[in-house]
Design a protein around this ligand. Structure first.
Ligand SMILES: *[C@@H]1O[C@H](CO)[C@@H](O)[C@H](O)[C@H]1NC(C)=O
Ligand SMILES: *[C@@H]1O[C@H](CO)[C@@H](O)[C@H](O)[C@H]1NC(C)=O
Ligand SMILES: *[C@@H]1O[C@H](CO)[C@@H](O)[C@H](O)[C@H]1NC(C)=O
Length: 604
């Protein structure tokens, strides 16, 4: 099964030993194979530099079959690339061979090829596992690659990989889930960059769309606003050029290991390695809530995450449920119908107007037409002048460019800050509008919007803090901030948490543990206690900052900071207690780079 190998911390030491002793090392390089060399089952290549990645043979889950794969050295059950996905090897007789002719082949016990890297064989070839996790074949000292594993993704996208279309050779790169935990062969789910309309990432199950991220808006995917929380560590980019239409991301030098994986249960996740807890933390999951499921509310429907009572479904302004009976049975796939017919005849002036729906994930742009150059005013005119146009929107976040929809509008949801969608409606729909005031939206969205605005203030603060820390190393932050939040003593906290007893323990993140607190009059609190490992000088400063920021925020939908404790080596925050599951994500702040920074500080 898994190979026994030295723990990663020993590697530099061992490397040093080999170099010093001046042997073995010269004979067998740890990260590459030269022509004529081979790698048998039990041997591994480890990437040079930090040694983050390891190539070797493995058996997944309960399977006894052998596969050649690459995994994270710190987490050897996290295999991100498999060579022979659907051609397993029986027994431990597999061998990866860079043969004399310069081809890279994987042979089974009977010396039959089960996999080979597709490139023009070169007698000068060298195969090497780079510290990006990329397995490459090079021609001698040339830096150009004859072949690279990054061009043959399995189910995982690492930093510097890309997915999408490579136009010069016609390749389509995408990630596809394993069939099960025990079987890495291609499963039902795959994640693809769609390049018709605006670029966006779509999760497919066979031939059915399951979930889309919303279009790329120049900075992130419109339906994944939370990417703003980590895009300073892992900047995303979409490349549209003559040679490729691709999506990828980078990792900043200080950033922890990360991966984006599509798993066999039908979810895409971004995971980040937390050194201190030695576990993967989830930064993103999609689909993440009911409104994420593709076209849930049908054509011209509008999904509202806050409208659970209505099965989340409503209609765009100016539309009503097409089949009230079906809707009563909570089936909204029939979507919505226009209330008042449009007034549009080709060549004649129209009286139609546009209603704006703010803060949404834009509809599927598959059949939409996109013009990256024209302004929003021109976009409105173009839509107005074309009787097939039912809606338009800006093509990117700077309100430039134009997307025009001419058939059904599907898969719209509230997703603040989102984008604005302009829907064409008959003049009569605006009749009762008071002068100067915009017609209100059909679904009340004030509360979630407010919550999200506050969340974004927080995110903005986080981003600012990270920037600030990078920019100016010495920042004066008072150790014990003065603020409108009460300081309480440790004894009080011990009494409400029964001395941090196990049965009060709710959960933990990389830097803190959270307990349920209960006062003598029965009120509940969430008590967040920083772990000793997070209590560096910098860690304490960031604690002070979290107190300062959270103290200023008051909102019903937000966890509220009630008090803090700063006594000796204890740093504790007391929050309002929320019964539902949202507590964890709020309190562990997995969405806040400050805590990542904290973690990073704590780790170094
Ligand atoms: C692998 O390399 C070893 C040592 O160089 C050699 O003895 C062995 O025959 C090779 N195996 C294969 C399958 O080429
Ligand atoms: C795009 O057009 C095709 C063909 O008319 C249609 O079947 C499909 O539903 C449309 N898709 C979207 C998202 O509008
Ligand atoms: C209306 O827009 C569609 C899609 O952009 C286009 O195919 C069609 O030619 C336009 N019609 C007119 C009359 O401009």
């Amino acid at each position: 099964m898994w190979l026994t190998r030295p723990p990663p911390d020993l590697l530099p030491f061992l490397l040093g030993f080999f170099v010093l002793s001046g042997q073995i090392f010269a004979a067998v390089s740890l990260d590459k194979l030269e022509k004529g060399q081979n790698l048998t089952d039990g041997q591994t290549l480890v990437s040079s530099g930090l040694g983050s990645y390891t190539l070797g043979f493995f058996s997944p889950g309960k399977s006894t079959k052998r596969y050649l794969g690459i995994w994270f050295t710190v987490s050897n059950d996290t295999v991100y690339w498999v060579a022979n996905r659907d051609r397993p090897i029986d027994g431990n007789s597999g061998v990866l061979l860079l043969n004399d002719g310069g081809s890279l082949v994987l042979l089974d016990g009977a010396r039959r090829p089960v996999w080979s890297a597709n490139f023009l064989a070169s007698s000068a070839a060298v195969v090497q596992l780079l510290d990006t996790g990329n397995l490459v074949v090079r021609n001698g000292s040339s830096i150009a690659y004859l072949w690279q594993s990054f061009d043959q993704p399995t189910d995982t996208l690492l930093p510097d990989m890309r997915m999408g279309k490579i136009l010069w050779n016609g390749d389509e790169l995408y990630i596809q889930a394993w069939r099960s935990d025990d079987d890495p062969s291609p499963g039902d789910y795959r994640r693809v960059l769609t390049t018709e309309g605006l670029p966006e990432l779509v999760l497919w199950r066979g031939g059915a769309k399951i979930y889309r991220t919303g279009p790329w808006n120049g900075k992130l995917f419109n339906g994944v606003p939370e990417a703003a929380n980590y895009s300073n560590m892992y900047p995303l980019h979409v490349t549209i050029s003559e040679t490729e239409r691709t999506y990828g991301y980078k990792a900043m030098p200080y950033a922890p290991l990360t991966r984006v994986v599509v798993n066999h249960t039908g979810f895409v996740e971004r995971l980040v390695w937390d050194k201190s807890s030695r576990a993967w933390h989830q930064f993103f999951i999609g689909p993440g809530e009911p409104c994420d499921s593709y076209a849930r509310c049908g054509p011209f429907g509008l999904c509202d995450p806050a409208a659970a009572a209505k099965s989340y479904c409503g209609c765009l302004t100016g539309f009503s449920v097409a089949s009230p009976l079906e809707a009563a049975l909570k089936n909204f796939t029939g979507g919505c119908r226009r209330n008042v017919a449009l007034d549009c005849v080709a060549g004649a002036m129209t009286t139609d107007k546009f209603a704006v729906i703010r803060g949404v994930k834009l509809p599927d742009t598959l059949n939409a037409s996109v013009d990256k150059v024209i302004t929003m005013d021109e976009c409105e005119q173009r839509c107005s002048a074309n009787c097939s146009c039912v809606a338009y929107a800006a093509a990117d976040i700077n309100s430039t460019g134009c997307v025009i929809w001419t058939d059904d509008i599907v898969d719209v949801r509230y997703d603040p800050p989102g984008q604005d969608l302009y829907v064409r409606l008959a003049k009569a729909e605006f009749a009762e509008t008071k002068p100067e005031s915009k017609r209100s939206l059909t679904v009340p969205i004030f509360t979630p919007v407010a919550a999200v605005v506050i969340a974004f203030i927080l995110i903005g603060f986080c981003a600012w803090a990270v920037w600030w820390r990078k920019k100016i190393r010495i920042v004066h932050i008072p150790e014990d901030p003065e603020m409108g939040v009460r300081s309480v003593n440790l004894a009080t906290i011990k009494s409400i948490t029964a001395k941090f007893s196990e049965n009060r323990f709710i959960g933990e993140g990389g830097f803190s543990k959270v307990y349920k607190g209960e006062s003598s009059d029965g009120r509940m609190f969430a008590v967040k206690r920083l772990k000793p490992s997070a209590l560096t000088i910098e860690g304490k400063k960031y604690f002070a900052r979290e107190v300062a920021v959270m103290a200023g925020l008051r909102h019903n939908n937000l966890l509220r900071l009630l008090a803090y404790c700063n006594e000796g080596d204890e740093r504790i925050l007391i929050y309002t207690y929320m019964e539902n599951g949202s507590l964890n994500s709020h309190i562990f702040g997995t969405h806040c780079p400050i805590l990542i920074q904290l973690k990073y500080i704590a780790d170094t």
